[in-house]
Design a protein around this ligand. Structure first.
Ligand code: GDP
Ligand code: IMO
Ligand code: MG
Length: 430
């Protein structure tokens, strides 16, 4: 069974949704392995724009089976909203098109309340002495961290229990005894198990037909083309990212294996933006501030697909590329948003950092050190030409082709696809 993993190679929002939609023409199954509604994957087909937070982007292709893997944390409210939105677009999604893992964890109202509450800030106040500026993580507020924390503490509620009325109420009673202490501490409203259970009942009924053992289901798909849709990005990985300024899952190739429950991945595809962005706090060594940053933010439309926050923007970071290549072992790479660089006279690429007067070529393991890194740049000529209509590599301006070759060498993998606009057809296959 040929399995291809699509991995965010930077800090998320690399355009994974667009790429998965494009590639799913040839896929039979599209699976999400990790994360939850913190993801925002944008798909543009003609004039129609859809942003998915939970449902795999393959759902836009008739005939694909879409799977929400055991590694995900699923908010039933958001999922039902997405199903309703698809229904309005005339796409009816039944269990033959969407499967939800019985092992996936469920985001409850208290996870979101605790995520939005002072929990993180409180933590940061406590470790302020560690942090240069006491920067906030700035989560998406979707309950991701608290839900994964429960998973690790073995107090989470999984889909199989969520759709079982007896098990759900029992678990809610047990959990709320502790959660209410926390909610009170953070100045949030307390909840009763009965009330919360009542709110969950209808949602559980609606989702029940989709909930299966996805491991067994995928085993039955032998010989089919399976695409794993990455969420977030490698620099947000809880182990390999800029801890603690990370998400709470492993959006890397190892996380894919665990989050789907498979033992083999044939192709690992890293998705890179032609420059760098990040939403939320934490180190971003190539960040451009003020007007400089706007020069990328405006043409790139760099505002979060989930929270609407302006994304922080900067030049392509080769140190990050080297780091995420090592973690994931890309067998090939795809580059998105090359068109956003159309207006630049010259384009900078970071090849190393300077930390405390020393040149380093590897990404530091401490966020505090990464925050102090100064990028060492090389400058390449721009092409000053609109490339959004280009469909063949040979028709790209020479400077754009040079930029692509330069990135291939820097990353250490072949670039197999270049995206020059948000639509399906604005794609160059090499
Ligand atoms: P994801 O989270 O990795 O799926 O990416 P997002 O959807 O959050 O953000 C990518 C944004 O860039 C979306 O608004 C896409 O429509 C847009 N996009 C994707 N590829 C391209 C491209 O090649 N050029 C331009 N200009 N926009 C793109
Ligand atoms: P996609 O799949 C960009 C960031 C948040 C925050 C940090 C922790 O669209 O690429 P969380 O809510 O996960 O606890 O927030 O991670 N973050 C993302 N940034 N794209 C994403 O997903 C993200 N998912 C989480 O902004 O800094
Ligand atoms: Mg996104």
């Amino acid at each position: 069974m040929p399995v291809t993993a699509i991995i965010g190679a930077q800090w998320g929002d690399e355009g994974k949704g667009k790429i998965v939609d494009f590639l799913s023409e040839k896929a039979d199954v599209v699976v999400r392995a990790a994360g939850g509604a913190n993801a925002g994957h944008t798909i543009i087909i003609g004039k129609d724009k859809t942003v998915f937070h939970l449902i795999p982007s393959g759902i836009m292709r008739e005939g694909t089976l879409n799977v929400m893997g055991n590694g995900m944390v699923i908010d039933p409210i958001v999922l039902i909203e997405e199903l309703d939105k698809l229904e309005k677009k005339g796409i009816t999604v039944g269990p033959e098109r969407l499967a939800i893992s019985r092992r996936a964890h469920v985001i409850m109202d208290y996870h979101k309340a605790l995520d939005k509450a002072d929990m993180i800030k409180d933590y940061e106040r406590r470790v302020e002495h560690l942090s240069e500026k006491g920067v906030e993580i700035g989560t998406t507020g979707r309950g991701i961290g608290p839900c994964y924390a429960d998973k690790a503490s073995r107090t989470g509620i999984r889909m199989a229990d969520f759709i079982d009325n007896t098990a759900r109420l029992e678990l809610l009673k047990k959990n709320l005894a502790v959660k209410n202490v926390l909610l009170k501490h953070f100045g949030q409203e307390e909840m009763t198990a009965e009330e919360l259970d009542e709110r969950c009942r209808g949602r559980a009924e609606r989702l029940k037909p989709f909930v299966v053992d996805t491991g067994v289901l995928l085993e039955q798909q032998k010989g089919k083309n399976i695409l794993i849709e990455g969420a977030q990005g490698t620099m947000l990985d809880i182990d390999h990212g800029t801890y603690p300024y990370v998400t709470s899952s492993n959006p890397t190739v190892g996380g894919d294996m665990i989050g789907v429950g498979i033992s083999r991945i044939d192709k690992v595809v890293g998705i890179f933006k032609a420059y760098t962005t990040r939403v939320g706090g934490g180190p971003l060594p190539t960040e451009l501030h003020g007007d400089e940053g706007e020069k990328l933010r405006q043409p790139g439309g760099e505002y979060g697909a989930t929270t609407g926050r302006p994304r922080r923007c900067g030049w392509f970071d080769g140190v990050v590329a080297r780091h995420t290549m090592r973690v994931n072992g890309y067998t090939e790479v795809m580059v998105t948003k090359l068109d956003v660089l159309d207006g630049f006279e010259t384009i900078k690429v970071c090849t190393a950092y300077e930390l405390d007067g020393e040149r380093i070529e590897h990404f530091p393991s401490r966020a505090e050190d990464a925050m102090k890194c100064k990028p060492v740049y090389e400058e390449l000529p721009g092409w000053k030409q609109d490339i959004t209509g280009v469909r063949k590599l040979k028709h790209l301006p020479k400077a754009a082709r040079n930029y692509i070759s330069y990135l291939e060498k820097l990353i250490g993998a072949k670039i197999s696809l270049i995206s020059v606009g948000p639509s399906r057809e604005q794609t160059i296959e090499k």
